[in-house]
Design a protein around this ligand. Structure first.
Ligand SMILES: *[C@@H]1O[C@H](CO)[C@@H](O)[C@H](O)[C@H]1NC(C)=O
Length: 322
């Protein structure tokens, strides 16, 4: 049994006067929608210089970086000046960013301590290979994942982080600093915690949330394949026995289904992570998302119509309560 102790960010009772915070130099790669929103939140909360690299970037990305108070720098400048690097890129680019930072660091002949925080949805095994990459250099790797949509003034996603036990001081300092500058970083500490565990939180969380969407999708399509009235019966039965599930599908399905193509790879990754526990469930869920993504409009129509009827069912219920 491994226990993971979630230490809540200690921002409560942490009094600070504006202007008295000392900010380390930060770097954030790259200024996509998530990265730029994080940079905006950091700078709005008093963080100082936030470097990024804009080589070969499109005009909208350059504008977004500027609007988020980020400043262009070469990779060499980044490794020579920044104390912390947040990597916020699509999962397929995560390794390339880590390698680029490592080469720049080595080319600069640098020994200075540098904390590299991979915030990307890569699987725990890839995080462990990334740790091997940095071993023996001055770069400390923190495994991180972002749960939730990009931050706004009224919403802050959770950034779960873990590190090798020998790097726990760096993990604590990164957490303290990030939370002081407006983020919501939650360190995973306690028994067994190490590189790969933050990624494992993302895998498990995504397996539950997107797996639930896949389960709804499978059974709505199966019910409809039996007959459209079976689908009506299913909705009636869910409304009768599990109204909270109807609310959940009303909230999740319409937003998620048009993005089914993205969930195929994600379910395969989750399946790989869960393989030792249950190898098959997520293969099946990957296939159902692939079917919806490729299957023309009829599956999507059935599902969205079901979600719409589910919404009306719940609305009529709340209307009848008033
Ligand atoms: C759904 O269930 C509620 C009771 O929880 C009921 O008031 C409502 O009429 C039901 N809606 C439909 C369309 O069956």
């Amino acid at each position: 049994m491994s226990h993971i102790v979630l230490s809540p960010p200690s921002t409560f009772f942490h009094f600070q006067f504006m202007g008295s915070k000392t900010s380390p130099i930060l770097a954030l790669l790259a200024p996509g929608a998530m990265g730029a929103a994080i940079a905006t939140r950091l700078s709005a909360s008093g963080a100082g210089l936030i470097l990024t690299n804009l080589d070969g970037r499109s005009e909208p990305t350059i504008q977004r970086a500027r609007a988020s108070n980020m400043q262009h720098a070469s990779y060499t400048e980044i490794v020579e000046r920044a104390s912390y690097i947040y990597s916020v890129v699509p999962p397929k680019d995560a390794f390339a960013v880590a390698q680029m930072i490592l080469s720049a660091y080595k080319a600069a002949g640098s020994q200075r301590p540098l904390v590299f925080v991979d915030c990307n949805a890569v699987n725990p095994e890839s995080m462990k290979s990334m740790a091997t990459l940095f071993r023996g250099t001055g770069i400390i790797l923190i495994d991180g994942v972002i749960i939730g949509t990009p931050p706004t003034p009224s919403f802050n996603p959770g950034i779960y982080v873990s590190a090798d036990p020998k790097d726990v001081a760096a993990l604590d300092e990164f957490t303290r600093m990030s939370n002081e500058f407006g983020l919501n970083v939650i360190p995973l500490k306690g028994e067994g915690a190490g590189i790969g565990d933050a990624s494992a939180v993302k895998m498990s969380h995504s397996g539950i949330v997107k797996g639930t969407i896949g389960l709804f999708t499978t059974m709505i399509l199966a019910a409809n394949a039996a007959s459209p009235s079976t689908a009506d019966g299913l909705l009636h039965a869910l409304n009768l026995s599990q109204p909270a599930l109807v609310d959940l599908l009303v909230r999740l399905l319409p937003e998620a289904l048009p993005k089914s193509y993205r969930f195929v790879g994600e379910m395969e990754e989750v399946g790989g992570f869960a393989a030792g526990t249950n190898a098959n469930t997520f293969d099946g869920l990957a296939k159902i998302f692939a079917r919806v993504a490729q299957g023309g409009d009829s599956d999507l129509d059935v599902l969205l119509k079901f979600a719409q009827q589910a919404k009306e069912t719940r609305e009529s219920e709340s209307a009848s309560r008033v």
